[in-house]
Design a protein around this ligand. Structure first.
Ligand code: KQY
Length: 366
């Protein structure tokens, strides 16, 4: 067992580092859930391998997988990628993995949030999420870090930090009645401040249109570096995304961050709109809660990219805006390698590259 701590990172002098800070490892989980991934996960698995291979150019990757699929994952993944047996209910490591905090003495600890499959009995995407909920603590045990059990239902994809005291989130998700209905906005702010050691929380109203996570912030925007953010824009006033993006733009342009800076906002194009095709709606088990019907609008976004040790891994969809997104990201990260990975099948499962990855920061004495 890992050591469980009864204090909080803020009290103990730990903070959540931003994604652009140095990373030790990235963790992922193998997709096999047959009501989310068509053809027993075959297409998604190929894209997860491509994402992991791209990350492994700059950062060590660990995969978790259940015993039944261990050989399948081990055979499909390059040798340099570590595969370990930890079961999960699906494969969204951003949401089920630990959120790490570090201090200036070169020590690291892990936050284990409570997980209820994006909404529990009220609005969850599947029943039985115990295995998912146990992943963060097991992850911390493997990385050898003490754990804080955070008394808050929260997914890692619903927060972004800049590492300098600012956190970005959405009201749609964190104030949704399916997460922590007994807590008010101030109570949630207090818990985020205590467990991530942030000072200022910037609340967007909504996340991306038709996002089944109740509007995770990681699917509409990303932090490029302190004082600079990327936001999914929309130019078509007939698109339901238009009002959401314009409202987010207004909040970001009118709010100063924890260090008193006005934010620079880099606009990313919206891919599509993209929809589930007839073919893509075949060969998967029926789900009570996840809508995988032909014609369903997909929550596609270039903001759902991973920053890992001077590399950017971003999703492409085989559409004309892919090249525009690459150019914008390369300009935003001039010293980084920017790699696009075709990720339409990951998108069909309801998220993208940021959602399927969780970084473990390095321990670094300052
Ligand atoms: O946005 C994320 N962090 C995860 C997406 C989860 C989709 C579940 N089907």
């Amino acid at each position: 067992m890992s050591t469980t701590l009864n204090t909080s990172p803020k009290l103990d002098g730990f903070r959540m580092p931003a994604e652009h800070e140095p990373q030790d490892q990235v963790w992922m989980a193998w997709p096999t859930r047959e009501d989310n991934w068509r053809e027993k996960g075959k297409h998604a698995q190929a894209e997860f391998v491509a994402v992991a291979t791209a990350i492994a150019q700059s950062t060590n990757v660990t995969f978790i997988v259940d015993a039944k699929h261990y050989e399948q994952a081990r055979t499909a993944l390059p040798d340099q990628i570590r595969v370990i047996e930890i079961p999960s209910d699906d494969c969204w490591m951003r949401d089920i993995g630990a959120t790490y905090v570090v201090n200036d003495l070169g020590e690291r600890r892990a936050n284990s949030w409570q997980f209820n499959a994006w909404g529990g009995e009220l609005d969850g995407l599947y029943d039985s999420w115990e295995q998912d909920n146990a992943v963060a603590e097991k992850m911390a045990m493997v990385t050898g870090d003490p754990v804080y059990q955070v008394p808050l239902i929260l997914e890692g994809g619903s927060i972004h930090v800049d590492g300098e005291g600012t956190l970005f989130t959405t009201e749609e998700c964190l104030l949704h009645p399916s997460r922590n209905p007994h807590l008010g906005k101030n109570d949630i702010e207090d818990l985020l401040k205590a467990y991530l050691n942030v000072e200022k929380i910037i609340w967007l109203k909504d996340g991306l249109y038709n996002d089944e996570t109740n509007g995770h912030v990681d699917n509409i925007m990303h932090v490029i570096r302190p004082g600079v953010v990327a936001l999914t824009d929309c130019d078509d006033s007939d698109d339901p995304q238009y009002a959401i993006s314009k409202a987010a733009l207004k909040v970001l342009s009118e709010t100063i961050d924890a260090k008193g800076r006005a934010l620079e906002i880099i606009k990313l194009p919206l891919p599509g709109p993209l929809f589930v095709s007839e073919d893509e709606a075949q060969n998967l088990l029926e789900s009570d809660s996840m809508n995988r019907q032909a014609g369903e609008r997909l929550a596609a976004s270039y903001a759902n990219f991973l920053i890992t040790n001077k590399s950017i891994i971003f999703p492409t969809f085989g559409v004309k805006t892919d090249e525009q997104a690459r150019e914008i990201l390369q300009k935003a990260f001039p010293e980084f390698t920017v790699t696009g990975v075709y990720a339409r099948n990951i998108l069909l499962g309801g998220g993208n590259i940021h959602c399927i990855t969780q970084q473990v920061p390095i321990k670094c004495a300052v």
